[in-house]
Design a protein around this ligand. Structure first.
Ligand SMILES: Nc1ncnc2c1ncn2[C@@H]1O[C@H](COP(=O)(O)OP(=O)(O)OP(=O)(O)O)[C@@H](O)[C@H]1O
Ligand SMILES: [Mg+2]
Length: 318
C-alpha cells in the first residue's frame, strides 16, 4: 500500500531575529491519521503550526499540505485546512451562534445555521450559544474556536494545544471530537504538552526539541525503544546507593534516587528483567527491599531519555 501524506515537510526553517525557532523541520503525517507534535516550551511547536498553515512564511525548506505546495499555493492550502490556535479567531462582540454562522457563510458552507447548531451541540456550547463570546470563559472560548475551525470540514486540521486550560469535561469533548474527525477521515496534527493526551489520541508522535523533530514513532514504539521503568523502595536511606548500583547494572541507565520516598528508579529495563529477577538481584546485594515494580515508561521518561531534557519547567528562550 502506498502511503499518502497529508503533511510532508522538509527542512523548514524559521528565524526570529537571533532565535532559530525552526532549524530544519522534517515532518510526515499520513493521510487520515492523528499526529501528536510534542515538545517542551519553546521547542517550536506553535511556529511549526503557523508555518504549515500559511500564517508565516518559512525562511527555507518546503512542505506539501493536502497535496498543495505550501509556499507556491498558499490559497489552495488554506482551502483544505482548518486551524485552531493559541490565539482565538472568534469575534467577542458576536454570540457563539453568530460566530459560527458567520464562519459558515464566509466559507459558503451549505446550511450554515444547521452546521452552527450541530457544532454548538458537539462542543457543549448549546446553552451558551446566544451569549456574546466575550462573556465566555477561557475554556468555552477555546471550544468555540475549535468549532469554528471545523465549520467547513477541513481535510487537514491543525490544533495548537487544543486542551490547554480546559477542565476535564472540556478535554474529554475535544478528545472525542478528534476521534470523530479521524473516523471521518480527517488528518489531525495536534500539539500538546500533555503526554497522556498524545498517548491516547495519536497514531504517531513527533518529539520536537529545539526547532527540530528529534524522534518519531508510535506511542508504543517510542516506549518500547526505552524499555520499562524499574523501581525499588528500600527500608532505609543507607540502602539507596546499593539499590542504585543494582538498578544501574540491570538497566544500563542512570538511576534516579528519591531520598524523600526512599526509592530508586531506572528506565531502560528490557524484557529479560522480570520482577522476580529484580527482587532476587536486589536481595542478593543485601538491599532491605520493601517494594519493587516494573511498569511501562511514561512518555515523560521517553522524552527525558531521548532528548536529555525534562518536558517541564523549560523557559521560553527570549
Ligand atoms: N514572533 C516571535 N518573535 C520572536 N521570537 C519568537 C516568535 N515566535 C516564537 N519565537 C521564539 O521561537 C521559539 C519557538 O517558539 P514556539 O512558540 O514555536 O514554541 P512552542 O513549542 O510552541 O512553545 P510552547 O510550548 O510554550 O507553546 C521560542 O524561542 C520563541 O521565543
Ligand atoms: Mg506553542
Amino acid at each position: 500500500m502506498i502511503t499518502t501524506y497529508a503533511v510532508l515537510s522538509e527542512g523548514l526553517e524559521k528565524r526570529f531575529g537571533a532565535v532559530r525557532a525552526l532549524r530544519g523541520l522534517d515532518l510526515a503525517v499520513a493521510e487520515g491519521t492523528v499526529c501528536g507534535l510534542l515538545g517542551p516550551n519553546g521547542a517550536g511547536k506553535t511556529t511549526a503550526v503557523r508555518l504549515l498553515t500559511t500564517l508565516l512564511r518559512p525562511d527555507a525548506g518546503s512542505a506539501r499540505i493536502a497535496g498543495h505546495d505550501l509556499v507556491r499555493e498558499p490559497a489552495a492550502v488554506r482551502r483544505r485546512i482548518g486551524v485552531a490556535g493559541q490565539y482565538a479567531s472568534v469575534d467577542g462582540d458576536l454570540t457563539g451562534r453568530e460566530n459560527l454562522r458567520l464562519f459558515a457563510r464566509l466559507h459558503r458552507v451549505r446550511g450554515p445555521a444547521a452546521r452552527a447548531d450541530e457544532l454548538l451541540e458537539r462542543f457543549g456550547l448549546a446553552e451558551a450559544a446566544d451569549r456574546k463570546a466575550s462573556a465566555y470563559s477561557g475554556g468555552m472560548r477555546r471550544r468555540l474556536d475549535l468549532a469554528a475551525s471545523l465549520v467547513r470540514r477541513p481535510d487537514v486540521l491543525f490544533l495548537d494545544e487544543p486542551t490547554t486550560g480546559l477542565d476535564p469535561a472540556g478535554r474529554a469533548r475535544v478528545w472525542q471530537a478528534v476521534r470523530d474527525l479521524k473516523e471521518d477521515g480527517t488528518t489531525v496534527l495536534l500539539t500538546t504538552q500533555y503526554l497522556d493526551e498524545a498517548d491516547r489520541l495519536a497514531d504517531s508522535i513527533a518529539l520536537m526539541d529545539r526547532g527540530r523533530v528529534a524522534h518519531t514513532g508510535s506511542p508504543a514504539g517510542l516506549k518500547a525503544l526505552i524499555g520499562s521503568y524499574a523501581e525499588a523502595v528500600v527500608a532505609d536511606g543507607d540502602a539507596l546507593a546499593g539499590a542504585a548500583a543494582v538498578l544501574h547494572r540491570l538497566t544500563g541507565s542512570e538511576p534516579v534516587v528519591d531520598r524523600g520516598r526512599n526509592t530508586v528508579g531506572a528506565a531502560g529495563a528490557d524484557r529479560t528483567l522480570t520482577l522476580p529477577r529484580l527482587v532476587r538481584e536486589l536481595d542478593a546485594a543485601g538491599v532491605p527491599l520493601l517494594d519493587a515494580s516494573i511498569r511501562p515508561p511514561a512518555l515523560d521518561d521517553v522524552f527525558l531519555r531521548l532528548t536529555g531534557e525534562p518536558t517541564h519547567g523549560k523557559e521560553h528562550a527570549a
